[in-house]
Design a protein around this ligand. Structure first.
Ligand code: ADP
Ligand code: MG
Length: 764
């Protein structure tokens, strides 16, 4: 049996690291699959626990400089519980901060030295053009002897990862970004060392004037600075999770033996009676048993207005009570709460890979060896063609400049960060607005969809119908009809059923228990009371019974949007109850906005045709499929897809589940605690359909961000590599100094991460 787990991986610096890890782990026997995300620094591994273990996998990775963080719970053979996972996340955050602090110290120690080197470089250049008086020989000599010491110092303090990269390259044949930089700077350093140490001996062949100590110093410092800035801003991309974690209360006030006692949140169990005082956080999910208040649910649903809570209202963990006091019964605790679900889902979505990343991944995988080859070719080229033109010392210096420049500027870093950082920010932004995204692929597809299919009940209408009229057709009176209906409906969960039961209770009509109860999907239900079998539902039920009924008499009501609920036994119709489900005010606005985004809106419903059309017209829906059975909803989606449409399906997630799964993007209207989060690609918390428009915009924004990132990352390498290689030298005399290469490389990943962070501030 294969299991899939996600582990933190330490020691990753770049996209090529991700592909290195993937390649290595895939080769291990017992591992079925691995997917590494450089954005979250997580690896999702599917493996056979009988053959291999995270520990064994780790043993393969350690020599390459990576380590798999195995949570303690899992090391003992049990699966991780959501909370253990969260603790892990917090720990890794503080570890990250410590790591960044170390980086900072190194970089700030190196910066003054790099500053001096740059100063000398500039002086030399200006001096050559007589812009400043050339450096006096004594000063020059002084620095000349100091630079090797500086360069050595830099290598020892912040250059270690690059030297290790070179070591791993020769020892294991696995190269990453660090190997390239290490190789480039080390070659530059060794060359410089040779020419300055054997200055006199080599004088006829090589000139000590062309040394690269400054290059070594500045390149390593810039790259370390870039990495430090990148790590710092990357930390910011993931703060949505941290904010969500912060919503969790630490303790709960539980009533036990009539006394209020404060207990740790972990100790709360199902069924506990919990008090919530003004201003307090709701600790777990539950149902209000007494009291009254308004609760601020904005952190979960994105709705700014506090929600009224009286008896039987659902409350969810992480929301904040305003001024009232109430007691509630815990119905979901620990990893089962909505908040825990959300955190888990956001974590998983942020760690998932968007299909658009595939190309960048493929390139990163072959990037390092390709660049190495290009650098060597370029070196050979300069030596061969440069020799007759410049002479040996200068040709060698050119060849080395291009070699080091190429190794330094070529960086799959920006390429690797382009997609995941934007996804992390996009998913996090969604969560803040009450839009839960299941994975990166969903976010990628959503804005491309051209057809939005909506379910009627609960999506366009409130899903809270009320009875508007009761029509008696047989020998039973109105009271009796409601009594029978409510008895049967008391077993159903359909919104219509709830309306009828509520109506009966309000009118003090007795509700008993039916026998032989059965739901007839898409039509209604049947059951026996006092030995008589009854049928409840729409016209399909009546025609199934072969009862004749003049449907025209219904039209007056249905054309005004009322849904008929027919009650019959085998002999004939007994009565009809009409129910009306109010349209959600935001539905009309949403359809308008979707039209503006050039999306066609289609409504699907099991309800009566006239009723559906009435509602569709008010809301502005383009096309209606009414009286459809649940299994046909799926087929309608399939048909739409077969015609080349990209289809979004919005439903309440219960009987729409197959259609939600079939659609290119399934959107569930998660209303409070009873969300079926898993069933759809996107869940709109709070059941607010207008969030669909925001979700589409978010999708577009994120994808635009990714495309910009990818564009710049590609362009940067496409121009940078030939520039560093000296391809433009014969034409314009341009040869990129490795110093600029280092600088460019440092800003490239920082700019990609910053561009992703920009999404955070954009308006939805
Ligand atoms: P929808 O979610 O669009 O209402 P359903 O498949 O749940 O679709 O129901 C289709 C139709 O069947 C409803 O519009 C209603 O007319 C009838 N129906 C289903 N369940 C019940 C019920 N419990 N009581 C009365 N009518 C029902
Ligand atoms: Mg429905």
């Amino acid at each position: 049996m294969n299991t899939t787990h996600t582990y933190q991986v330490k020691g990753m610096h770049c996209a090529s690291c991700a592909s290195n890890i993937e390649r290595t782990v895939k080769k291990i026997i017992g591992v079925e699959n691995i997917s590494v995300n450089i954005g979250t620094e997580n690896a999702k591994i599917t493996f056979d626990a009988k053959i291999t273990s995270p520990k064994m996998i780790n043993q393969h990775l350690e020599p390459l400089g990576y380590s798999l963080m195995v949570p303690k719970t899992e090391a003992m053979g049990t699966t991780t519980i959501a909370h253990a996972g969260h603790l892990e996340l917090n720990q890794s955050k503080s570890e990250k901060l410590a790591e960044i602090a170390v980086m900072k110290k190194g970089v700030f120690g190196a910066l003054p030295i790099a500053g001096i080197s740059i100063f000398i470089m500039i002086w030399e250049i200006f001096g050559r053009y007589q812009l400043v008086t050339p450096m006096s020989l004594t000063i020059y000599e002084f620095f000349h002897h100091l630079l090797p010491i500086f360069a050595t110092y830099i290598f020892i303090t912040i250059g270690k990862p690059y030297l290790l990269g070179v070591y791993r390259f020769f020892r294991y044949g696995s190269a990453n970004m660090d190997s390239l930089i290490g190789l480039g700077t080390l070659v530059a350093f060794i060359y410089s060392f040779i020419v300055s140490a054997f200055e006199e001996v080599l004088a006829p062949y090589l000139s000590a004037q062309y040394n690269f100590y400054d290059v070594t110093i500045v390149v390593i410092t810039f790259i370390a600075l870039g990495k430090y800035l990148e790590a710092k801003s990357k930390l910011k991309t993931g703060d949505a999770i941290e904010k969500l974690l912060g919503l969790q209360a630490k303790t709960a006030l539980v009533i036990s033996d009539g006394k209020e006692i404060e207990i740790k949140i972990e100790a709360v169990i199902l069924g506990d009676l919990i008090v919530v005082k003004p201003g307090q956080k709701i600790p777990v999910d539950g149902v209000v048993v007494d009291g009254f208040s308004y609760v601020d649910e904005s952190m979960i649903t994105g709705e700014p207005v506090p929600v009224e809570k009286t008896i039987n209202a659902q409350v969810v963990a992480g929301t904040i009570n305003t001024t009232g006091t109430f007691n509630f019964r815990a119905t979901k605790v620990g990893s089962k709460t909505l908040l825990s679900h959300i955190i888990k889902m956001v974590e998983e979505a942020q760690g998932s890979k968007a299909p658009i990343q595939a190309l960048a991944d493929k390139i990163s995988a072959v990037f390092v060896p390709t660049v190495l080859v290009i650098a060597i070719i370029s070196f050979g080229f300069w030596m061969y063609f440069g020799l007759p033109v410049f002479g040996f010392p200068k040709a060698l210096s050119f060849a080395l400049t291009s070699f080091v420049g190429i190794l330094v500027i070529a960086c799959p870093c920006a390429l690797g960060l382009a997609t995941p950082t934007a996804i992390i920010v996009g998913v996090g932004k969604g969560a803040k607005e009450g839009i839960l995204v299941k994975d990166a692929a969903t976010l990628e597809t959503l804005h491309k969809a051209n057809v939005v299919v909506v379910d009627k009940t609960g999506t366009i209408t409130k899903g809270k119908p009320t009875i508007t009229k009761v029509q008696v057709l047989g020998d039973k009176n109105e009271q009796e009809i409601i009594g029978i209906l409510a008895t049967l409906e008391s077993k159903s969960e359909h919104p219509i059923a709830q309306a009828i039961v509520k109506h009966a209770k309000e009118n003090n009509i007795a509700v008993t228990t039916p026998s032989n109860f059965e739901i007839i999907k898409g039509k209604g239900l049947r059951g026996t009371i006092d030995g008589v079998e009854y049928f409840v539902g729409n016209l399909k039920i009546i025609s199934d019974l072969n009862l004749s009924y003049n449907t025209h008499s219904l039209e007056q009501e249905t054309k005004q949007g009322k849904t008929p609920v027919l009650l019959a036994n085998k002999n004939g119709l007994l009565g009809i109850v009409f129910v009306a489900d109010p349209i959600k005010p935001e539905a009309i606005e949403t359809v308008k906005a979707l039209h503006k985004l050039k999306k066609k809106v289609v409504m699907l419903t099991g309800d009566n045709k006239n009723t559906a059309q009435y509602i569709a017209k008010i809301v502005g829906i383009d096309q209606v499929f009414a009286e459809v059975l649940p299994e046909d909803k799926l087929n309608i989606i399939k048909d739409l897809q077969a015609k080349g449409n990209i289809v979004v399906m919005v439903g309440d997630g219960i009987n729409d589940a197959p259609a939600l799964a079939q659609a290119d993007v399934g959107v569930a209207m998660g209303t409070g605690a009873d969300v079926a989060i898993e069933s759809a690609g996107i869940t709109l918390l709070g059941g607010d359909i207008s969030k669909l428009v925001k979700a589409v915009k978010l999708s577009k924004m994120t994808m635009n961000g990714i495309k910009q990132n990818l564009f710049w990352a590609f362009i940067y390498n496409i121009i940078g590599i030939p520039l560093a290689g000296g391809a433009f030298y014969p034409l314009f005399g341009w040869l990129l100094s490795p110093v600029f290469a280092g600088f460019a490389m440092a800003i490239s990943s920082v700019s990609v991460v910053s561009n992703s962070l920009r999404i955070k501030a954009m308006k939805l």
